[in-house]
Design a protein around this ligand. Structure first.
Ligand code: CAA
Length: 285
Protein backbone atom coordinates (compact mmCIF):
# COMPACT_ATOMS: atom_id res chain seq x y z
CA UNK A 1 0.00 0.00 0.00
CA UNK A 2 2.96 2.37 0.55
CA UNK A 3 3.04 5.32 2.91
CA UNK A 4 -0.27 6.69 4.10
CA UNK A 5 -0.99 9.95 2.28
CA UNK A 6 -4.78 9.84 1.84
CA UNK A 7 -6.89 9.77 4.99
CA UNK A 8 -10.65 9.82 5.56
CA UNK A 9 -12.30 11.05 8.76
CA UNK A 10 -15.93 10.13 9.41
CA UNK A 11 -17.68 12.69 11.59
CA UNK A 12 -16.64 16.30 12.10
CA UNK A 13 -17.78 16.78 15.68
CA UNK A 14 -15.45 17.64 18.53
CA UNK A 15 -13.12 14.68 17.93
CA UNK A 16 -13.45 14.20 14.16
CA UNK A 17 -12.67 17.83 13.42
CA UNK A 18 -9.61 17.66 15.70
CA UNK A 19 -8.36 14.46 14.05
CA UNK A 20 -8.91 15.94 10.58
CA UNK A 21 -7.09 19.11 11.63
CA UNK A 22 -3.94 17.41 12.95
CA UNK A 23 -3.83 15.06 9.95
CA UNK A 24 -4.05 17.96 7.48
CA UNK A 25 -1.47 19.89 9.52
CA UNK A 26 0.85 16.89 9.18
CA UNK A 27 0.70 17.34 5.38
CA UNK A 28 -1.78 14.63 4.42
CA UNK A 29 -4.76 14.85 2.11
CA UNK A 30 -7.94 14.52 4.22
CA UNK A 31 -11.54 13.84 3.24
CA UNK A 32 -14.02 14.59 6.02
CA UNK A 33 -17.46 12.98 5.76
CA UNK A 34 -20.48 14.29 7.65
CA UNK A 35 -24.17 13.34 7.62
CA UNK A 36 -25.34 16.58 6.02
CA UNK A 37 -24.09 19.89 4.65
CA UNK A 38 -24.86 21.84 7.84
CA UNK A 39 -22.83 19.41 9.99
CA UNK A 40 -19.96 19.51 7.46
CA UNK A 41 -20.01 23.30 7.54
CA UNK A 42 -19.99 23.32 11.35
CA UNK A 43 -16.99 20.94 11.25
CA UNK A 44 -15.12 23.19 8.84
CA UNK A 45 -15.87 26.14 11.14
CA UNK A 46 -14.47 24.26 14.15
CA UNK A 47 -11.28 23.43 12.27
CA UNK A 48 -10.84 27.01 11.02
CA UNK A 49 -11.32 28.33 14.54
CA UNK A 50 -8.81 25.89 16.02
CA UNK A 51 -6.24 26.59 13.29
CA UNK A 52 -6.73 30.32 13.93
CA UNK A 53 -6.10 29.69 17.62
CA UNK A 54 -2.94 27.77 16.70
CA UNK A 55 -1.74 30.80 14.70
CA UNK A 56 -2.56 33.16 17.60
CA UNK A 57 -0.60 30.91 19.96
CA UNK A 58 2.39 30.83 17.59
CA UNK A 59 2.07 27.08 16.89
CA UNK A 60 1.80 27.49 13.12
CA UNK A 61 2.13 30.27 10.55
CA UNK A 62 -0.72 31.78 8.53
CA UNK A 63 0.72 30.02 5.45
CA UNK A 64 0.69 26.66 7.25
CA UNK A 65 -2.92 27.27 8.33
CA UNK A 66 -3.94 28.01 4.72
CA UNK A 67 -2.05 24.94 3.44
CA UNK A 68 -3.75 22.72 6.03
CA UNK A 69 -7.18 24.07 5.05
CA UNK A 70 -6.41 23.43 1.38
CA UNK A 71 -5.70 19.76 2.16
CA UNK A 72 -9.21 19.27 3.61
CA UNK A 73 -12.20 18.26 1.51
CA UNK A 74 -15.70 17.93 2.98
CA UNK A 75 -18.32 15.52 1.72
CA UNK A 76 -21.68 14.12 2.76
CA UNK A 77 -21.08 10.86 0.85
CA UNK A 78 -19.15 7.95 2.39
CA UNK A 79 -18.14 6.98 -1.18
CA UNK A 80 -15.66 9.87 -0.99
CA UNK A 81 -13.53 7.45 1.10
CA UNK A 82 -13.15 4.96 -1.77
CA UNK A 83 -9.47 5.84 -2.41
CA UNK A 84 -8.45 6.37 1.24
CA UNK A 85 -5.58 4.29 2.69
CA UNK A 86 -6.68 4.99 6.27
CA UNK A 87 -10.17 5.92 7.46
CA UNK A 88 -10.72 7.07 11.03
CA UNK A 89 -14.30 6.83 12.26
CA UNK A 90 -15.27 9.50 14.82
CA UNK A 91 -19.07 9.54 14.77
CA UNK A 92 -21.13 9.80 17.96
CA UNK A 93 -20.58 7.14 20.63
CA UNK A 94 -23.49 5.01 19.41
CA UNK A 95 -22.85 1.36 18.66
CA UNK A 96 -25.52 0.89 15.97
CA UNK A 97 -24.25 3.95 14.11
CA UNK A 98 -20.63 2.82 14.28
CA UNK A 99 -21.49 -0.73 13.15
CA UNK A 100 -23.32 0.72 10.17
CA UNK A 101 -20.37 2.97 9.25
CA UNK A 102 -17.89 0.06 9.46
CA UNK A 103 -20.10 -2.24 7.41
CA UNK A 104 -20.39 0.39 4.67
CA UNK A 105 -16.72 1.42 4.76
CA UNK A 106 -15.74 -2.23 4.36
CA UNK A 107 -17.54 -2.36 1.03
CA UNK A 108 -16.45 1.07 -0.22
CA UNK A 109 -12.70 0.99 0.50
CA UNK A 110 -9.93 -1.16 -0.99
CA UNK A 111 -9.45 -4.33 1.10
CA UNK A 112 -5.98 -3.26 2.24
CA UNK A 113 -7.15 0.14 3.57
CA UNK A 114 -6.93 0.43 7.36
CA UNK A 115 -10.21 1.15 9.18
CA UNK A 116 -9.77 2.76 12.60
CA UNK A 117 -12.28 3.81 15.22
CA UNK A 118 -11.87 6.69 17.65
CA UNK A 119 -14.41 5.04 19.97
CA UNK A 120 -13.87 5.89 23.63
CA UNK A 121 -15.18 2.61 24.95
CA UNK A 122 -16.86 0.22 22.51
CA UNK A 123 -15.09 -3.09 21.86
CA UNK A 124 -13.03 -2.92 18.66
CA UNK A 125 -13.69 -6.62 18.06
CA UNK A 126 -17.42 -5.91 17.77
CA UNK A 127 -16.81 -3.16 15.18
CA UNK A 128 -14.37 -5.42 13.29
CA UNK A 129 -17.00 -8.17 13.08
CA UNK A 130 -19.25 -5.78 11.12
CA UNK A 131 -16.71 -6.10 8.28
CA UNK A 132 -15.52 -8.88 5.97
CA UNK A 133 -11.89 -8.00 6.75
CA UNK A 134 -11.60 -7.73 10.54
CA UNK A 135 -7.79 -7.93 10.34
CA UNK A 136 -7.67 -4.35 9.04
CA UNK A 137 -9.76 -2.85 11.85
CA UNK A 138 -8.33 -1.34 15.04
CA UNK A 139 -8.85 1.47 17.54
CA UNK A 140 -7.00 4.78 17.38
CA UNK A 141 -8.25 6.78 20.32
CA UNK A 142 -7.43 10.50 20.42
CA UNK A 143 -7.89 12.99 23.27
CA UNK A 144 -9.64 16.32 23.35
CA UNK A 145 -8.48 18.90 22.28
CA UNK A 146 -6.74 16.76 19.66
CA UNK A 147 -4.21 19.41 18.50
CA UNK A 148 -3.05 19.83 22.12
CA UNK A 149 -3.18 16.38 23.77
CA UNK A 150 -0.15 14.31 22.88
CA UNK A 151 -1.57 10.82 23.41
CA UNK A 152 -3.12 8.24 21.12
CA UNK A 153 -4.27 4.87 22.44
CA UNK A 154 -3.70 2.06 19.93
CA UNK A 155 -6.18 -0.78 20.39
CA UNK A 156 -5.70 -3.90 18.29
CA UNK A 157 -8.58 -6.37 18.49
CA UNK A 158 -8.01 -10.13 18.77
CA UNK A 159 -8.15 -10.20 14.97
CA UNK A 160 -6.08 -7.13 13.96
CA UNK A 161 -3.12 -7.93 11.69
CA UNK A 162 0.34 -7.14 13.15
CA UNK A 163 1.22 -5.18 10.01
CA UNK A 164 -1.96 -3.09 10.40
CA UNK A 165 -1.18 -2.28 14.04
CA UNK A 166 2.42 -1.36 13.14
CA UNK A 167 1.37 0.87 10.29
CA UNK A 168 -1.31 2.66 12.35
CA UNK A 169 1.15 3.10 15.22
CA UNK A 170 3.75 4.62 12.88
CA UNK A 171 1.09 6.96 11.48
CA UNK A 172 0.15 8.24 14.96
CA UNK A 173 3.71 8.58 16.23
CA UNK A 174 5.85 9.44 13.20
CA UNK A 175 3.34 11.35 11.08
CA UNK A 176 1.16 13.01 13.75
CA UNK A 177 3.89 13.23 16.40
CA UNK A 178 1.74 11.66 19.15
CA UNK A 179 2.91 9.30 21.88
CA UNK A 180 1.27 5.92 21.40
CA UNK A 181 0.10 3.73 24.27
CA UNK A 182 -1.05 0.22 23.46
CA UNK A 183 -4.34 -0.55 25.19
CA UNK A 184 -6.35 -3.75 25.60
CA UNK A 185 -9.67 -4.17 23.81
CA UNK A 186 -11.69 -3.68 26.99
CA UNK A 187 -14.22 -0.93 27.67
CA UNK A 188 -12.41 2.25 28.72
CA UNK A 189 -9.05 1.04 27.37
CA UNK A 190 -6.39 2.57 29.65
CA UNK A 191 -7.17 6.26 30.11
CA UNK A 192 -10.97 6.19 30.44
CA UNK A 193 -10.78 3.22 32.81
CA UNK A 194 -9.21 5.71 35.24
CA UNK A 195 -10.72 8.99 34.06
CA UNK A 196 -14.43 8.09 33.90
CA UNK A 197 -14.77 6.84 37.52
CA UNK A 198 -13.03 10.06 38.59
CA UNK A 199 -15.46 12.27 36.63
CA UNK A 200 -18.45 10.26 37.90
CA UNK A 201 -17.20 10.61 41.50
CA UNK A 202 -17.07 14.38 41.10
CA UNK A 203 -20.63 14.40 39.70
CA UNK A 204 -21.79 12.27 42.66
CA UNK A 205 -20.18 14.79 45.02
CA UNK A 206 -22.19 17.62 43.42
CA UNK A 207 -25.32 15.45 43.55
CA UNK A 208 -24.82 14.77 47.25
CA UNK A 209 -24.25 18.46 48.03
CA UNK A 210 -20.74 17.61 49.17
CA UNK A 211 -19.26 20.69 47.45
CA UNK A 212 -19.99 23.07 44.58
CA UNK A 213 -18.60 22.43 41.08
CA UNK A 214 -16.35 25.51 41.51
CA UNK A 215 -14.92 24.26 44.81
CA UNK A 216 -14.36 20.72 43.51
CA UNK A 217 -12.63 22.07 40.39
CA UNK A 218 -10.54 24.58 42.32
CA UNK A 219 -9.55 21.79 44.67
CA UNK A 220 -8.13 19.64 41.87
CA UNK A 221 -6.58 22.52 39.89
CA UNK A 222 -4.97 24.32 42.80
CA UNK A 223 -4.45 21.37 45.11
CA UNK A 224 -3.29 18.75 42.60
CA UNK A 225 -2.07 20.84 39.64
CA UNK A 226 -4.56 19.33 37.18
CA UNK A 227 -4.98 21.60 34.12
CA UNK A 228 -8.74 21.68 34.77
CA UNK A 229 -11.09 20.28 37.40
CA UNK A 230 -13.30 17.21 36.81
CA UNK A 231 -16.57 19.08 36.23
CA UNK A 232 -15.10 21.50 33.74
CA UNK A 233 -13.42 18.51 32.11
CA UNK A 234 -16.72 16.57 31.95
CA UNK A 235 -18.20 19.66 30.25
CA UNK A 236 -15.29 19.65 27.78
CA UNK A 237 -15.58 15.93 27.00
CA UNK A 238 -19.37 16.37 26.67
CA UNK A 239 -21.82 15.07 29.27
CA UNK A 240 -23.53 12.94 26.60
CA UNK A 241 -20.20 11.32 25.73
CA UNK A 242 -19.26 10.91 29.40
CA UNK A 243 -22.59 9.13 29.98
CA UNK A 244 -22.20 6.94 26.87
CA UNK A 245 -18.68 5.89 27.89
CA UNK A 246 -19.80 5.18 31.46
CA UNK A 247 -22.67 3.05 30.17
CA UNK A 248 -20.35 0.98 27.95
CA UNK A 249 -18.04 0.41 30.89
CA UNK A 250 -20.94 -0.47 33.20
CA UNK A 251 -22.28 -2.91 30.62
CA UNK A 252 -18.88 -4.58 30.37
CA UNK A 253 -17.88 -4.78 34.06
CA UNK A 254 -21.21 -4.45 35.91
CA UNK A 255 -19.48 -2.45 38.64
CA UNK A 256 -21.35 0.45 40.37
CA UNK A 257 -18.15 2.48 39.97
CA UNK A 258 -19.04 2.97 36.29
CA UNK A 259 -22.81 3.52 36.61
CA UNK A 260 -23.81 7.02 35.42
CA UNK A 261 -25.31 8.90 38.42
CA UNK A 262 -28.90 10.20 38.11
CA UNK A 263 -27.71 13.83 37.92
CA UNK A 264 -25.69 13.00 34.78
CA UNK A 265 -28.67 11.15 33.27
CA UNK A 266 -30.98 14.11 33.93
CA UNK A 267 -28.54 16.69 32.56
CA UNK A 268 -28.18 14.73 29.32
CA UNK A 269 -31.97 14.29 29.07
CA UNK A 270 -32.27 18.07 29.52
CA UNK A 271 -29.86 18.69 26.62
CA UNK A 272 -27.19 20.07 28.96
CA UNK A 273 -24.20 18.48 27.21
CA UNK A 274 -21.52 20.87 28.50
CA UNK A 275 -19.42 23.20 26.41
CA UNK A 276 -20.76 22.05 23.04
CA UNK A 277 -24.39 22.86 23.94
CA UNK A 278 -23.58 26.05 25.86
CA UNK A 279 -24.45 24.70 29.32
CA UNK A 280 -23.40 21.86 31.59
CA UNK A 281 -21.99 22.29 35.08
CA UNK A 282 -21.00 25.75 33.83
CA UNK A 283 -22.58 28.27 31.49
CA UNK A 284 -20.70 28.92 28.22
CA UNK A 285 -23.14 31.31 26.54
N1 CAA B 1 -3.59 24.32 18.13
C1 CAA B 1 -2.38 24.11 18.64
N2 CAA B 1 -2.02 24.36 19.92
C2 CAA B 1 -2.96 24.85 20.72
C3 CAA B 1 -4.25 25.11 20.26
C4 CAA B 1 -4.57 24.81 18.90
N3 CAA B 1 -5.78 24.98 18.41
N4 CAA B 1 -4.97 25.58 21.30
C5 CAA B 1 -4.16 25.64 22.35
N5 CAA B 1 -2.93 25.20 22.00
C6 CAA B 1 -1.76 25.06 22.89
C7 CAA B 1 -1.34 26.39 23.49
O1 CAA B 1 -0.46 27.07 22.64
C8 CAA B 1 -0.65 25.94 24.76
O2 CAA B 1 0.64 25.45 24.43
P1 CAA B 1 1.92 25.73 25.37
O3 CAA B 1 1.65 24.97 26.63
O4 CAA B 1 3.06 25.19 24.56
O5 CAA B 1 1.93 27.22 25.55
C9 CAA B 1 -1.51 24.76 25.21
O6 CAA B 1 -2.13 24.26 24.02
C10 CAA B 1 -2.58 25.14 26.23
O7 CAA B 1 -3.44 26.09 25.61
P2 CAA B 1 -4.06 27.37 26.31
O8 CAA B 1 -3.05 28.03 27.16
O9 CAA B 1 -4.78 28.20 25.32
O10 CAA B 1 -5.24 26.77 27.14
P3 CAA B 1 -5.28 26.35 28.62
O11 CAA B 1 -3.98 26.50 29.31
O12 CAA B 1 -6.49 27.03 29.14
O13 CAA B 1 -5.57 24.77 28.46
C11 CAA B 1 -6.61 22.79 27.83
C12 CAA B 1 -6.72 24.30 27.87
C13 CAA B 1 -5.59 22.36 26.81
C14 CAA B 1 -7.99 22.26 27.42
C15 CAA B 1 -6.19 22.28 29.26
O14 CAA B 1 -7.04 22.81 30.23
C16 CAA B 1 -6.20 20.78 29.38
O15 CAA B 1 -5.30 20.09 28.92
N6 CAA B 1 -7.25 20.25 30.02
C17 CAA B 1 -7.42 18.80 30.19
C18 CAA B 1 -7.98 18.21 28.93
C19 CAA B 1 -8.11 16.72 29.02
O16 CAA B 1 -7.93 16.07 30.05
N7 CAA B 1 -8.47 16.12 27.88
C20 CAA B 1 -8.73 14.71 27.79
C21 CAA B 1 -10.19 14.49 27.87
S1 CAA B 1 -10.59 12.78 27.79
C22 CAA B 1 -10.79 12.49 26.17
O17 CAA B 1 -10.70 13.31 25.33
C23 CAA B 1 -11.04 11.09 25.77
C24 CAA B 1 -12.32 10.46 25.99
O18 CAA B 1 -12.51 9.41 25.42
C25 CAA B 1 -13.37 10.94 26.87
Amino acid sequence: MGDITRVGVIGAGLMGSGIAEVTARAGLDVVVVEADAAAAEAGRGRIEKSLGRGVDKGKLSAEERDAALARLTFSTDLEACADRQLVIEAVAENEALKLDVFGRLDKITEPEAILASNTSSLPITRLAMATEHPERVLGLHFFNPVPVQKLVELIPSLLTGDDVAEKASAFASEVLGKTVVKAPDRAGFVVNALLIPYLLSAIRMVEAGHATPEDIDNGMVLGCAHPMGPLRLADLVGLDTTKAVAESMYEEYKEPLYAPPPLLQRMVEAGLYGRKSGRGFYDYT
